[in-house]
Design a protein around this ligand. Structure first.
Ligand SMILES: Cc1ncc(COP(=O)(O)O)c(C=O)c1O
Length: 406
């Protein structure tokens, strides 16, 4: 991959941060946007704008077709069986809430168990916690090991006759561990348990094949895939979307509305109530084209090289302690430096234009487990280079020197 060429497609990299080139190492939080995506939003609003699915005029029909084209492109990108299995949401968080609400309200009762892991982002814990509060559902946690991984065995250990849902991350946003989703799904299905995958970090960095993974639900965050904010995707097997009740009520999701009864629309409209994020969906088509132009295999190879170089570099740095050492790791490196709070690390790195994230990364259960209030995290995207990692390391050394003097 020609990274300089890729970088030139992202206008943000012409910006200086505190008079330095921007070294953006926060893609797990949100990726930067290529110009094609930004231009598509501008073009849609200035030349093609209309609401979708309602009016019959020229602009409305054209916009509806564009919106539906993206649905088909997403279907192909993740190899879903049917385009109706793709539901647009406002984010991965909403996608998981949709499942917790509809599946949870219909199928979970007091004493039933939802099995998640100690790695989960709050987005894949809090929605299930609501069911704990409202229905007495129990939440079980599959254990993370010292390498920051959750193994198939640790999932198996926590499955009981009461387990009614397994909800796991594909790729940890803290340790970078990639979970064996296909094997987890096979195990779960052999016991009649559905599987939801939080694919926020999986979708931008892995090749997705829903038919091969065979999970029941997969939540995607478009703003981490070089796409617009305010947009997510729920992939769900058609049988679930047919069987489960709607999530939100309103225009666009109905069949007929009478004074004494209401019927719901066909799939996937049943789950897309109200005016949707039309411009974002239409622009997301460009994100998919961008990813496909680069090729997911090339992206995976590039990011693996970066992650390995990053690991090697930071392991050689005696001040740095890496969090976790997963055998199968995505483009995320979390670390601490003894005696320096991660927020101070992030602030000092920022002076050099190095953007990382500090905090618990919405994974407090994991941080509690490791006995850490917070960590610093560098995460990579298609536009990063080994030079970015060298700058990260140099900036860490500067940070250490400042604190050593104190
Ligand atoms: C693993 C994981 N799950 C869920 C989310 C939430 O995604 P969204 O911003 O699309 O709601 C994030 C975002 O940081 C994440 O990293």
């Amino acid at each position: 991959m020609n990274i300089n060429k890729i970088k030139s497609e992202f206008p943000i990299f012409s910006k200086k941060v505190h008079n330095n080139d921007l070294v953006y190492l926060d893609s797990a939080n949100s990726s930067q946007k290529p110009l094609v995506v930004v231009d598509r939003i501008y073009d849609f609003y200035t030349k093609e704008f209309s609401n979708i699915g309602r009016s019959v005029h020229y602009l409305a029909v054209a916009a509806t077709n564009l919106y539906e084209n993206t649905r088909v492109s997403v279907q192909k990108h993740i190899n879903a069986k049917d385009k109706d299995e793709i539901v647009f949401t406002k984010g991965a968080t909403e996608a998981i809430n949709l499942v917790a609400n509809t599946y949870g309200n219909k199928n979970l009762n007091e004493g039933d168990e939802v099995l998640i892991t100690e790695l989960e982002h709050h987005s894949n814990y809090v929605p299930w916690h609501y069911l704990r509060k409202s229905k007495g559902v129990k939440i079980e946690f599959a254990e993370v090991n010292n390498d920051g991984e959750v193994t198939l065995e640790s999932i198996e250990k926590k499955i009981t006759s009461k387990t009614k849902m397994i909800a796991v991350t594909h790729l940890s946003n803290v340790t970078g561990a990639i979970l064996p989703i296909k094997e987890i799904t096979q195990l779960a299905h052999s016991k009649g348990i559905p599987v939801l995958v939080d694919g926020c970090q999986g979708a931008p960095h892995l090749n997705l094949d829903m038919q091969d993974l065979d999970c029941d639900f997969y939540a995607i965050s478009c703003h981490k895939m070089y796409g617009p904010t305010g947009l997510g995707i729920l992939y769900a097997k058609k049988k679930w979307l047919e069987e489960l009740p709607p999530y939100q009520g309103g225009g666009g999701m109905i069949g007929e509305v009478k004074k004494n009864d209401i019927s719901y629309g066909d799939l996937p409209n049943k789950y897309e109530a109200g005016t949707m994020a039309t411009a974002q969906v239409i622009a997301f088509e460009e994100s998919i084209k961008f990813l496909n132009k680069l090729g997911m295999q090339n992206i995976i190879k590039h990011e693996k090289e970066l992650m390995e170089y990053g690991r090697e570099t930071l392991m050689k740095n005696n001040s740095v302690k890496l969090i976790g050492n997963p055998k199968n790791q995505g483009a995320v490196l979390s670390f601490t430096i003894e005696g320096i709070h991660p927020h101070d690390i992030a602030t000092i790195l920022d002076e050099d234009g190095v953007a990382i994230r500090a905090g618990h990364h919405c994974c407090q259960v994991l941080h509690d487990k490791f006995g850490l209030p917070a960590t610093a995290r560098a995460s990579f995207g298609v536009y990063n280079t080994k030079d970015d990692i060298d700058k990260l390391n140099a900036s860490i050394n500067k940070c250490k020197k400042i604190f050593d003097k104190k």
